[in-house]
Structure formats: C-alpha cells, structure tokens
Design a protein around this ligand. Sequence first.
Ligand code: G
Ligand code: G
Ligand code: MN
Length: 408
Amino acid sequence: MPNERILILDDDPLVGQTIALIAEGAGLEARSTSDPEAFFRELEEWNPTHIALDLVMPELDGVEVMQRLAERGCQANIVITSGVGSRVLDAARRSATEHGLNVLGVVSKPFSPATLREALGHPSEGSSSSLPRKSPESNLFEVTESEIRKALDQKNFYAVYQPKVNCDTGSMSGFEVLARWAHPEVGLIMPDRFIPVLESCGLIDEFTEQMFQQSLHWLAENYLTSDYCLAVNISAQSLVDFHLGDSVSHLCQQLMIDPGRLILELTETRAMEDAAKSLYLLTRLRMRGFQLAIDDFGTGYSSMLQLVRLPFSEIKVDKSFVMAALGSEESRTVVKSIIDLGHSLGLRTVAEGVEDQKTLHFLRSVGCDLAQGYYISRPMNCDSVRGWISEWQARTKVSEFTERPLLH
Ligand code: G
Ligand code: G
Ligand code: MN
C-alpha cells in the first residue's frame, strides 16, 4: 500500500508548516510551499495523495488553483483551509465537487489539530490520550497470521461506537460497533486491513466473539436499562456455520440483555447465494430473538431477491448513495426507492454516511427512520459515549440539529 502524502499550499509559510506537522502526527508525509508554481511542480513529480489548499492567497486564489487541479483530472483528496466565512467555504466545496475533485473537508482558520486530522480522515476518535495514533508505519506494516494471532491473544482489538438516531426526533436508537486494532508498536490499524486476513486465516469467528464480549459487557455495564440497540458486523464467512449464535445467546442471557436489542449486520454477498441454507440459518437467528440488518444495501448484485427472501428486520442504505444525495438527482431517487422498498416489506430503514444537516433533512422528507454518519458523530471510543449523549441531547433541544423544533 503506498504511503499517504500531503502537499500543502498556503501563502503563510508558518501556517503551512503547522499543517505539515499535524499531518505528520497523523501518519502522512508532508511537503509545504507558498508558491503556486512550485505547488504544481510538486504535484506532477511527487504525486501527493492529499492536498491542503488555502482558499485566499494574494497571487492566485484557491478557487483558480482548484480549477487548474480539475483540468488536470487531479484525484488527490483535498482539504480546503481558509479564514473566510463558512458560506463561502461551502460554495467553494460545492464548486470543487462539481468539477470532479475529491473534497475531503473544509476547515476554517484558526483550526485545532483535531479538526484538521478529522478532515484528513485521521480522526483522533474521542479522547486522543487513551487511544493509539496511526503512525506512518501502520500503512507499511504487513498484517500476517502470526500478528493477528498475537492480537487476539493479547486482546488488542477494541470496539468503537457510532450512534444511530431517529431522523425525525433526533432521539438515540443505538450504536454500530466497529472494530479497531491497537497494535503495541505500529499504532492504530483500521478494519479494512485486518478483516480480510482474519477471514482468510479462519480466525474471524474468534474475533467476532471478542467484539461481542466487549460490546455486550459495555452495554450491560452502562446502558442495561435503556433500550439502545447494538449493531455488530458479521462476516459472510461466519454464516457458513453460525455456531457464534449459541455463544451470543448465552452471553445475552448471562448479562440479562434482551437479544432483540442486538442487530446482526450482514453484507449481501455470494455467501448468501445458497438460498435454502441461508434462509435456514437466518431464520434460526431471528427465532433466537436477534434482529438482522442487510448492510451497504444497493452495492450488491442480487439485493432485491435476498431482501425479499430473507428474514431481515432492517435495511441500511449504502453511504455512497447518501453522501451523493444532495448533489445528484439520481442518488436521491435511489435513496428514496430503497426506503420505500424497505418500508413496503415492513423493514426499518437506516441511512449511513449522513455528513450534514441538509442530507438529514432530505432523509426526513423521504421518510427514512434512522440516520448514522459523521454529522451526528464519528465512531467513538467507549469512554466518550456518555459525554457525547449529553451533548447530543443538548444539541437536539436547542434545535441546532434541525433549525426548527424537533418534536412536532
Ligand atoms: O470504520 P470503518 O472504517 O470503520 O469500517 C470499515 C469496514 O470494516 C466496514 O465495512 C465495516 O463493516 C467493517 N468492519 C468494522 N468492524 C467490523 C467487525 O467487527 N466485523 C466485521 N466483519 N467487519 C467490520
Ligand atoms: O459496516 P459498514 O460498511 O457500513 O461500515 C460503516 C463504515 O462507514 C465505517 O467505515 C464508518 O467509519 C464509515 N462511516 C460512517 N459514517 C460515515 C460518514 O458520515 N461518512 C463517511 N465517509 N464514512 C462514514
Ligand atoms: Mn455495518
């Protein structure tokens, strides 16, 4: 995997250096310049994966630079930085996106290191002090079976939690559990790197069991009397013979958690092509009381059939459609159709990848039940959940969430 490299263009060299330092702290290589010509030379020669761009510069404004980037078909992830008002920044972001550029985020100056790291897609996730940082080595580190084995034995995998809320009222519905690996030497490793290895080594069930243990104990200790649901991702491979079902049932009993509060998220795959077998397996899980969600809906190839045939309770609209909704009529149509389809089958509908208020308003207008995404919260460390819930409750009360009273 190539290293991540960020090229910074800012007319104030000191600001450029600061951004470079923060980016390096988040595990990226960084180069910074205040000269637009040098910037375009570096762009050709160094081929950065990320760009940080000051919107207002004396010699050449950032909008012009973006136009030139678009003409070159630049595919780097762009973060726009600026001291100008957020309306202007939003407009610049829209214009860049419409020109085919990948805008990761916009940060207005002055910004904190955490804000910038978040925009770069390297958030500190809750209290950064207690969590591992992604280091430059983590991208080069080879995930081997023996490393995975060690991580399972030493319990180095941990759960982070991303909230799901009601689109209409903002009330909390529950959390999706997402896995992270805190490697003692290389730092934070994301699931896209280790889940495939866990699967190919036949260790995925043991791993999933650890995620259940951790997250269900956390739920029981903190929110036993609430009705928050917990959604856990299940690999298609675990469905071949789901003996995990027994241990999870047992765990629920032991912790006095209603299995109905547990949602198993399955991604539609070829593993479900064996219709009779998957129907049998999934029906047994439903009979034990678990809920089933079909994840990343719309990206697979036999979605409709599986949806109608299998006993799902929830459908999660893939984030690619949700994130494109504001900018594309087609995506809005897809989102609305999936929601209507889900409802016509009696399923709860969830939109993933909700990154701003306007998208939330759109989802509400098409009758989506629940929303999940960075606008509500990034996945967070368990220590941060309680604080986030109070903040969220305050946010929904003062209507920052909707610009109008939520309970109507
Ligand atoms: O947070 P994000 O980068 O968190 O997750 C990336 C992908 O990894 C998602 O598709 C998610 O479904 C998957 N993933 C995260 N945690 C788990 C897990 O505990 N089990 C499985 N099977 N997949 C997971
Ligand atoms: O299991 P699934 O593939 O649906 O995993 C959800 C993935 O989506 C995780 O990697 C999570 O970190 C990511 N995610 C959640 N909310 C958002 C969002 O608002 N924007 C983006 N870009 N990703 C998100
Ligand atoms: Mn999921």
